[in-house]
Ligand binder design. Structure first.
Ligand code: MCN
Length: 777
């Protein structure tokens, strides 16, 4: 195929509407007759609800209703978790849409007000009187599992939500064999996903057809539809979920939230469209949080730096309830990756999921993998320090060799393809590693502090083979679904089950089809996010959209090409085998003038006056593609920092990211994803941290207290790549949406610890922590 579109830096098609303010967001929608819902949320983190008096609020003119759990008891069921990890004694206490007798975190909803306009709704909320009887609160993860700690749920003694163990190889033997063991406790702090657009929903009910339509900020409209049909007991085929443009999600718009179900119920109850839009404070208390681990880690090695094995004991704070995907994150997505890119012989991970009086956690960019790669890459640096070896050397020595792929990891996965050393080599060359180490030695003599932090990673994404993910208790096959349809005039539409919300697949999926069919990118539209328009699909998360949904798109386009070839052969009176295809044209081999463009074939397929025998009219194809394995992108990042001895201020001098996500469809978009991802990981390392007081009040409940980085804190991120295609994926791609986040926190922490010569400082590394660490010595 002569013309190359796949692999080109095509400008993002979606940006025209985003940059001119023409995106279509739920908060901007206003169906005629819309009324507004606001939730009354508990100020207490743990309390018994003694009584709720709604009379005054309900009397306010313009208020349609004020509802409590009592009113919804038989109408809206409890929200359930969709990832029930086997062999873990998982406790799934009910998560009612409005709290029944007890509230278990600050911000849990106890009542909902519906009014003609949002101001009235707010006023009425003030009039709802709730009497609480406060109960003892537990926020801290380690405190929650101590004897005598306040109990969050009667059905989960000791606040234990589950216990899960993963072991591979003979762990005890490698620790016996070890010449050196290093140990460290890490806190991977809780974070608050901060998508530009908070969550929003509008539900509409059509009594004539009984169709319920929900416009919602979702990463996976079909998952919402399925859960809502069960929770509301409304038939699935009569629910339409539309997720229009969504202003970022980072994992927090995967879950189906109780309040989305309530809004649906209200629309059916009052016969009016009902709208609910979070503000940032509601977003911070009521949208899921991420991370929140306490980890105790041991690494076994030989004196020459050979890593033998790893053990991690983890307490994972789940918050007050188990959100949609929550149990799978500190287990499946975490435990399998603790060996990273090293040829370790054995590993053991023991995870205890812990209930506490905090907002429930769920996926947050990287979801489990940042927590795994952080602990491993920190341990490698601690080992290097103990053995006084170069951290780059230790990594190089332990990489899985390129000829060992597909590689069966000690933790039980098969890494599809990899060649790790070139990413390290490229990153070190780009940053000028040897020169920097010399400069560092000189600077130290003068009392100046400069540090170099490395981070090598491999991660699991492109979820997944359905047989594997369902065997982990996940209630959903993770295949990809697409339809590619060429219209009579030769323009095309791609219908995908993915739901990009910032990632750029409206462009890259058009590139895939353009490459396969020779149709210009400008003539291809990508449709997503509407359960009534697209094939059933699983949505966008776990950097699965390109490998899985994109794989499906490529296969659909190839089916279309095969059908078009049949029609072209018929029109040209040639044999199919004698046709070549290039630049959107079928040629008869040897007589290039005898040709038909894909557009001519499309016209013929719709007119259908002269079709080959057994070929149906029109030109389209649908594919449901279930991959045979996950994909495993990898890379190496280097962070260089300068530390001010007097103030503890850290400044990033260089940040180099070398990533391998297999074939790249659009290198510009790939770089954009790496930039965003790296900054999100650096944000955890430098600034972000959820803080509760001992009573469970969320102190970081606005953007004044919760520090997200701005352009001022963002370093210049220098990117480069290597290309190791995935062997099993139809287009050789691996995901890249999370790699930056998975790699960057530890690169920064490694750099700071290297600069000041300590084993560890917990994130976020504030100037105060650095200063104290320097002055302790
Ligand atoms: N891509 C490519 N070549 C590859 C791999 C990817 O050109 N070899 C392109 C893709 O086609 C797509 C983008 O890179 O345009 C990211 O694709 P992919 O890695 O498949 O990730 P997903 O689309 O599945 O996105 C999910 C991922 C996750 S899990 C989070 S969280 C995240 C992220 O993407 N949230 C984001 N990136 C985000 N970006 C934005 N702007 N907003 C979010 O909420």
């Amino acid at each position: 195929m002569a013309q190359k579109v796949f692999g080109e830096r095509v400008l993002r098609k979606e940006d025209d509407r985003f940059l001119t303010g023409r995106g279509s967001y739920v908060a901007d929608m206003l169906p005629p007759g819309t009324v507004y819902a606001v939730f009354v949320r508990s100020p207490y983190a743990h309390a018994r609800i003694v009584r709720i008096n709604t009379a005054k609020a309900a009397k306010l003119r313009g208020v349609l209703g004020v509802l409590t759990a009592q009113d919804l008891k038989d109408e809206v069921g409890s929200i359930f978790t969709a990832w029930t990890i086997p062999n873990s004694d998982l406790k799934t206490p009910p998560y009612y849409p409005l709290a029944r007798d007890v509230v278990r975190y600050q911000g849990e909803a106890v009542a909902v007000v519906v009014a003609e306009n949002p101001y009235l709704a707010e006023d009425a909320r003030e009039l709802v009187e709730v009497e609480y009887d406060p109960l003892p609160v537990v926020v801290d993860t380690e405190a929650a599992v101590k004897k005598g700690a306040p109990q969050v749920h009667g059905e989960a003694p000791g606040n234990v939500a589950f216990k899960w163990t993963l072991a591979g190889g003979d762990v005890d033997a490698v620790f016996r064999e070890a010449e050196v063991v290093v140990s460290q406790r890490f806190v991977n702090q809780r974070l608050q996903p901060t998508a530009l657009e908070p969550r929003a929903a509008i539900a509409q009910y059509e009594p004539g057809t009984k169709e319920l339509t929900l416009f919602v900020t979702s990463q996976n409209p079909f998952v919402h539809r399925l859960i809502l049909s069960l929770v509301l007991k409304h038939p699935e085929h009569l629910i339409r979920v539309v997720a229009p443009d969504v202003g970022g999600g980072f994992g927090s718009k995967i879950p189906c939230y109780p309040w989305e179900a309530v809004v649906c119920h209200l629309a059916m109850r009052f016969g009016r469209p009902v709208k609910w839009v979070e503000d940032r404070t509601e977003n911070y208390v009521a949208t899921t949080h991420g991370r929140d681990h306490v980890q105790y880690v041991d690494l076994a090695a030989k004196k020459d730096g050979t890593i033998l094995g790893i053990k991690a004991r983890v307490l994972a704070n789940m918050g007050a309830y188990l959100s949609t995907a929550a149990p799978g994150i500190p287990t499946i997505l975490f435990g399998f990756m603790v060996g990273g890119c090293y040829a370790i012989k054995a590993g053991r991970v023991e995870v205890t999921g812990v209930f506490s009086n905090t907002t429930p956690v769920d996926a947050y960019r990287g979801a489990g993998r940042p927590e795994a790669l952080f602990l491993l890459e920190r341990m490698v640096d601690i080992l290097a320090r103990k053995l006084t070896k170069d951290p780059a050397e230790i990594r190089r020595k332990n990489f899985i060799p390129p000829d060992k792929f597909p590689y069966p990891s000690a933790m039980g996965l098969t890494y599809d393809s990899g060649n790790y050393e070139p990413t390290l080599k490229k990153a070190l060359a780009k940053v000028g590693y040897d020169r920097l180490r010399k400069e560092q030695a000189e600077a130290r003599k003068k009392g100046k502090l400069m540090g170099i932090g490395l981070s090598a990673y491999v991660e699991i994404c492109g979820l997944g083979p359905s047989s594997v993910v369902t065997s982990t208790g996940f209630a959903g096959g993770l295949w990809g679904g697409s339809t590619v349809r060429v219209h009579p005039t030769g323009k095309a539409t791609v219908y995908t089950g993915g739901h990009p919300h910032g990632q750029g697949e409206e462009t890259t999926f058009a590139q895939i089809v353009a490459q396969e069919l020779g149709i210009p990118v400008a003539d291809i539209e990508v449709v997503h996010g509407d359960t009534k328009l697209t094939p059933y699909g699983q949505g966008t998360y776990g950097s699965r959209t390109t490998p899985v949904e994109g794989g499906s798109v490529a296969l659909s386009a190839r089916k279309v090409r095969d059908k078009a070839r049949k029609i072209a052969a018929h029109l040209l009176e040639a044999r199919e085998e004698d046709l070549d295809f290039a630049d959107g044209k079928f040629f008869v081999r040897g007589s290039p003038k005898a040709s038909k463009t894909i557009q001519e074939v499309a016209w013929a397929a719709y007119m259908a006056g002269s079709m080959p025998k057994d070929v149906e009219p029109i030109l389209d194809a649908t594919t449901f593609y279930d991959p045979s394995n996950f994909v495993f992108p990898f890379g190496c990042h280097v962070c260089v920092v300068d530390v001010d001895r007097d103030t503890g201020q850290v400044s990033i001098r260089r940040y180099v990211a070398v990533d391998d996500c297999g074939n790249q469809i659009n290198p510009m978009i790939v770089e954009g994803q790496v930039h965003g991802g790296v900054l999100q990981g650096l944000a955890q390392a430098m600034l972000e941290q959820t803080v509760y007081d001992e009573n469970g009040n969320l102190l970081t409940n606005s953007l004044l207290e919760y520090l997200v980085p701005t352009a001022m804190e963002a370093p210049n991120i220098e990117t480069d790549s290597t290309v190791t295609p995935s062997p099993h994926n139809p287009i050789g791609v691996k995901g890249v949406g999370e790699t930056g986040t998975i790699a960057s926190s530890q690169a920064y922490v490694n750099a700071v610890c290297d600069a000041i010569g300590v084993d560890h400082i917990d994130m976020p590394i504030t100037p105060e922590k650095v200063w104290r660490s320097l002055h302790k010595k």
